[in-house]
Design a protein around this ligand. Structure first.
Ligand code: ZN
Ligand code: MN
Length: 262
């Protein structure tokens, strides 16, 4: 099974059916966004990273990986630079909620009972939960009550000890990490051909007032599009992050999906 694909959509339908019908094989769904990531990285970072974590976790847990969601909810100035930036191409919240709800119900229709939603884009968070809530409600109306869904964002598995090691100059929080050390270091390990460190722009972490204004104020956002400097990103930090997050997610899914669905 080691060299077999973990990508559910690479299977033939009879093989997919065989793996999924009894509900025991977990399915991991990466959820990303199309969003600018500064001058030094491409716009599909939020798809690439959860998709890669999903595949690594799947190889260690016997799960399969579904096709990723490649568009996500709108970028917010305080966590993604903002939706006004060129290239950032987003869904309305209701669109994401409905698409996610539809896909969860489709997976369940074919027998999937253990689903992990692997988020790679901060702003998706509450819309993912809403999609899950509505999907589970509608499945209950159809008498399906044994679907279990784990919702996670990979960066939440970085523990305090790792944060101290990676951010000796002080940690500004995950929201300001957009295009910063976390994502850039992981990209340097996983997709080095898609990182151009010579184009990375250094600047102090963005600081925002404790309120929001709409229409958004583009001048609140660093002109680079990143919210903290990627300059301190390294391959070594990426290796640490990759290991800590993958191990943590494997542990979580093994625990949550240990029992067969009842
Ligand atoms: Zn990102
Ligand atoms: Mn993002």
């Amino acid at each position: 099974m080691d060299d077999a694909t973990v990508l559910a959509y690479e299977l033939t339908w009879p093989e997919y059916d065989r793996r999924m019908r009894d509900g025991r094989t977990p399915l991991i769904v990466p959820i990303g966004a199309l969003e600018q990531h500064g001058h030094h990285m491409p716009m599909h970072v939020d798809v690439l990273l959860p998709n890669e974590f999903a595949q690594r976790v799947a190889r260690r847990t016997g799960a399969l990986v579904a096709q990723p969601f490649t568009y996500g909810y709108k970028s917010h100035p305080k966590s993604g630079g903002g939706n006004h930036l060129p290239g950032t191409t987003s869904l309305d919240g209701a669109t994401l909620v409905n698409a996610l709800k539809d896909v969860i119900k489709e997976f369940a229709r074919h027998g999937v009972r253990n689903i992990a939603l692997m988020n790679g884009h901060f702003e998706n968070s509450w819309f993912i939960i809403e999609g899950v809530d509505i999907a589970l409600r509608e499945l209950r109306w159809d008498g399906v009550r044994d679907v279990k869904i784990v919702v996670l964002s990979y960066w939440d598995f970085v523990n305090d000890e790792t944060i101290e090691k990676l951010y000796p100059e002080g940690f500004t929080g995950w929201d300001l990490e957009h295009g910063g050390v976390l994502e850039t270091s992981l990209m340097l390990v996983l997709f080095p051909h898609l990182v151009w460190m010579d184009k990375a722009i250094g600047h102090p972490p963005a600081s925002f007032p404790p309120y929001d204004v709409y229409p958004v104020r583009p001048e609140w956002v660093p002109a680079s599009g990143t919210l903290s400097s990627p300059k301190n990103a390294t391959r070594e930090k990426g290796e640490i992050l990759l290991q800590v997050c993958t191990d943590g997610i494997v542990r979580a899914l093994n625990e949550e999906f240990a029992d067969p669905p009842n």
